[in-house]
Design a protein around this ligand. Structure first.
Ligand SMILES: O=C(O)CCC(=O)C(=O)O
Ligand SMILES: [Fe+2]
Length: 310
């Protein structure tokens, strides 16, 4: 385990072929994951299951997509909240595809935007990326459940997980303009996994309130604890506020995979006792997402306390 700086979170290695539930390497990695989440609320992972061809294909495809005229990009819409293409001001454009572990859902985007053979290629890249990152998400959450002795709940949790795939484009900033790409917020997820096109900009607020710029090395991803994991763990793991500051002269692209639960999130009885009184009322993850979206609370900090705090 390496440390970026004394105050920042560890880089945890997920490249070992023997990282299989029950092995000693699995147990020691689980410990690192639990400690990192409890102490920092985020960590970096080394993960080599996604080829550089797949990653370059995705960034190239989205460069091409974001260069299209606004009226074409805006054709990608959804009746679900926060899915589709959005121009979010002078610095940011986002495209949220939905659960990209489903090929049909990815095709809904790629068939609309590309007519040539290329649509198959782009669809394959997004779908394969999503499946691999979803697997990483599953390993991490299995480790968390096991570390609390709650593995009996993991399989049903896994079955009800939905992975939302989103690509953000932060435009290069002209001198003298605000460089805030995304305002400080927590995600309503269990965990979020971020990849970037080698342009830094993500900052995470430490427990002491200090903004820590996150240097994301190639082949690495950032894992951030979200509000649903905070509620499930009854506050043992706290969601981390993060923001994006852009200082680059070239655009920054990031890919987010957001793991939500399709159903009710609540702390298991085993995590509630006199020392750990219940902190949050049970909530439906997507209902709360829709409510936060309608009330313009998605992009704020501390929303869970406000919406479901006891
Ligand atoms: O672009 C990033 O690094 C973070 C994006 C983010 O926080 C989000 O999409 O919720
Ligand atoms: Fe976020």
């Amino acid at each position: 385990m390496d440390f970026q700086t004394p105050s920042s979170a560890p880089i945890i290695d997920f490249t070992n072929e023997n990282l299989i539930s029950g092995t000693s390497i699995w147990l020691s990695t689980s410990n690192e994951v639990k400690n990192a989440l409890e102490n920092h609320g985020y960590f970096l992972v080394n993960y080599d299951k996604i080829s550089s061809e797949v990653i370059s294909a995705i960034y190239l495809a989205f460069q091409e997509f974001y260069d299209l005229p606004a009226e074409i990009k805006s054709q990608f819409t959804s009746d679900k909240p926060a899915l589709g293409y959005f121009d979010r001001g002078p610095q940011l454009e986002v495209t949220a595809i939905g659960d990209a572990t489903s090929k049909e859902i990815v095709e809904g985007f790629t068939n609309l935007m590309w007519s040539s053979e290329k649509k198959y290629y782009v669809c394959e890249a997004i779908h394969s990326y999503s499946k691999q990152v979803a697997e990483l998400q599953q390993m991490i959450l299995r480790m968390v459940f096991e570390s609390y002795g709650l593995e009996k709940y993991y399989e049903s949790h896994k079955e009800s997980t939905v992975y939302i795939y989103r690509v953000n484009k932060y435009k290069a900033v002209p001198v003298n303009e605000s460089n805030l790409g995304i305002v400080p917020h927590t995600d309503l997820t269990f965990i979020t996994i971020i990849h970037q096109n080698q342009i830094n900009g993500l900052e995470i607020k430490s427990k002491d309130g200090i903004w820590i710029p996150v240097d994301i090395p190639p082949n690495s991803f950032v894992v951030i604890a979200g509000d649903a994991l905070m509620a499930w763990s009854n506050g043992r793991i706290q969601s981390r506020t993060h923001r994006v500051i852009i200082s680059a002269e070239v655009p920054r692209y990031s890919i987010g995979m957001f793991a939500y639960k399709n159903g009710i999130v609540q702390a298991p009885n085993e995590l509630v006792d006199e020392k750990h009184v219940l902190l949050y009322k049970p909530f439906d993850n997507f209902d709360l997402f829709s409510l936060a979206y309608k009330q313009r609370l998605l992009w704020v900090e501390d929303k869970l306390k406000f919406l479901c705090g006891i």
